[in-house]
Design a protein around this ligand. Sequence first.
Ligand code: NAD
Length: 284
Amino acid sequence: MAKIIDGKVISAAVKEEVAKEVAELKAQGIIPGLAVIIVGDDPASRVYVNNKKKACEQLGMLSREYTMPAETTEEELLSLIKELNTDPEINGILCQLPLPSHLNEELVINTIIPEKDVDAFHPHNVGKIMIGNYDFLPCTPAGIMEMLKYENIDITGKECVVIGRSNIVGKPMSMLLLHKNGTVTVCHSRTKNLKEVCLRADILVAAVGRANFVTADMVKEGAVVIDVGINRLENGKLCGDVNFAEVEPKASYITPVPGGVGPMTIATLMKNTLTAAKKQNGAK
Ligand code: NAD
């Protein structure tokens, strides 16, 4: 039976640390501020934005939300970002993705100044992550690394398999595992022998976006299984990329959905906003 890695407990510990530091900064007159922009009315995005706002408030940070209609023009969105880039009350800016299809996501990401790019999506920050000398880490992969650390799971020399190569999860995840001396393989939709590759994994990270995609026959006995997927089933329930019921008996550690990686993503975002506030104010 696997040990369940509880994202709620670990994220609460991270947030407690952040809240302490926020209180110390407040004593110096600095309040970390996060601006979240949401364009359109995607229900999943709405839930994520609400959770981010709640976390900010819970930790004593300033949270500003900008809700823009789906028909917002690129010019309007970029103009808001440019305003926020120079707003002294705002230390972190994030634009909730996906954006409506008429808006250029790359241009939007590139317009947020790297110092306020708390999602770590800007090419400047992505480059720094590649080199291994970074200010911000992308929230989901960094949250996963925090989980592995919390559980004392050693990565050095381990076979790490990441399924998914997105810029948000798969690619940065593989880089962070590599920085911790894992032997990393990245799989994707064109991978031919997926099952065989997955069976090698001591640490298996699934970031595919398909419900119950990882089945027991793809998992080595004793593997650590990290489920990033958030999929909504027809009955309205949330479900990960891993078939939990099948895989859990074979794994040594496993993350549940919900209550696994999701809460860690938000905790890392809070940590990044704190880091940004400290850097922008020259505070330690
Ligand atoms: P994405 O759609 O950008 O990428 C999916 C990846 O899966 C692609 O790289 C693709 O090559 C790969 N893939 C698709 N079909 C495959 C197949 N048959 N075999 C092997 N690989 C295949 O998605 P994403 O943004 O990386 O997100 C992945 C999942 O993680 C989604 O469910 C998303 O909702 C979830 N997510 C969760 C969090 C969180 O906080 N828990 C954060 C971000 C994303």
